[in-house]
Design a protein around this ligand. Structure first.
Ligand code: SAM
Length: 299
């Protein structure tokens, strides 16, 4: 387990994932009934952007930093508000040094009767996480394989809620694990919202995961096309060699408002976060379109 998220915290891929997570949680908050958040690959919860890893690899400067510094149109600001409020609160008007991971976003957006279950397999990271949230009785931290844990954690007793699956993609078969996990979980908890993060590095693998998942959901009648949303952002030509060019999430059972919110912010985000020619974005149902369009065209 060599992956260290601190090198990537706050980069464009984190921004997109965390905006989606914040919007899904804000939507769950619209109803008073409690819900459960299950984070299968939690990381350490909060990242120090002035720390050793983030200083050596300051990817956040081309991600969250650009967003905070930009003039944001009102309609974009409204969609980003749940996410940016957290980042601003953590930095309290000072220079940006603290960045929230998915557990911290969940902690800050959930209410007193909601529950959060965090899994993290890395020994030191699991200890950091456990220590960080020891005083919050709503949060349970387990040092455990997130996929194995997910099998037992769904359905949660609250019946409402969300699972976020955000593995490090150190292994070639990660997408297969994700597909197996949802095939086990969805029949047991068909109404949960599931967020799967995946890189857009191996385009063929990403396409196979997205369309395979969507086809399976429709074939098994767990979902109609409206129940699957794929969101991607790429900051340079996807075929270019070198650093990660693109990433996104596949959301099963998204809030009905998510697609419109993302279509509002993604053209702006893409324009702001692009690093080289060939940047783009898409929001679709995974089966609707196969080709990528360049520079922010809506598919
Ligand atoms: C991409 S990071 C998670 C970032 C976090 N979700 C966030 O958004 O802030 C992936 C994490 O998964 C952990 N990990 C790797 N394999 C795991 C497994 N099988 N089960 C649980 N955690 C795992 C890694 O140690 C790493 O901290």
């Amino acid at each position: 387990m060599n992956y260290r998220h601190a090198f990537h915290a706050g980069n464009f891929a984190d921004v997109l994932k965390h905006v989606v997570l914040s919007l899904c949680l804000a939507h769950l908050n619209k109803k008073p009934k409690p819900y459960r958040v299950i984070d299968t690959h939690a990381g350490i919860g909060v990242y120090d952007l002035a720390g050793n890893e983030a200083t050596r690899s300051p990817e956040w400067k081309d991600g969250i930093a650009r967003i905070l510094e930009a003039d944001r149109p009102a309609e974009v600001d409204l969609v980003l508000k749940p996410y940016l409020d957290i980042v601003r609160a953590m930095n309290d008007g000072k220079a940006l040094t603290a960045y929230p991971g998915s557990p911290e976003i969940a902690r800050r957006l959930t209410r007193k009767d909601d529950r959060i279950h965090l899994c993290e397999l890395h020994e030191a990271d699991a200890k950091t996480l456990d220590k960080r949230y020891a005083l919050d009785s709503r949060i349970r931290v387990e040092r455990r394989d997130g996929y194995a844990a997910m099998e037992g954690l769904v359905p949660p007793k609250e019946k409402r809620g969300l699972v976020i699956v955000d593995p490090p993609f150190e292994h070639r078969d990660e997408m297969a694990h994700m597909a197996e996990a949802i095939k086990d979980a969805l029949p047991k908890w068909p109404t949960g919202t599931y967020i799967f993060w995946r890189p857009l590095k191996d385009l063929w693998a990403a396409e196979r995961f997205d369309t395979g998942l969507a086809e399976w959901l429709f074939d098994e009648e767990y979902a109609t096309p409206e129940n699957v949303l794929r969101v991607d952002l790429w900051v340079r030509d996807l075929e270019a060699e070198g650093k990660l060019a693109g990433a996104g999430v596949v959301v099963v059972n998204p809030p009905f408002t998510l697609e419109a919110d993302l279509v509002t912010v993604l053209p702006w985000l893409c324009d702001l976060l692009k690093q080289e020619a060939g940047a783009g974005w898409r929001v679709d149902g995974a089966l609707a379109e196969e080709d990528f369009e360049e520079d922010g065209a809506e598919l």
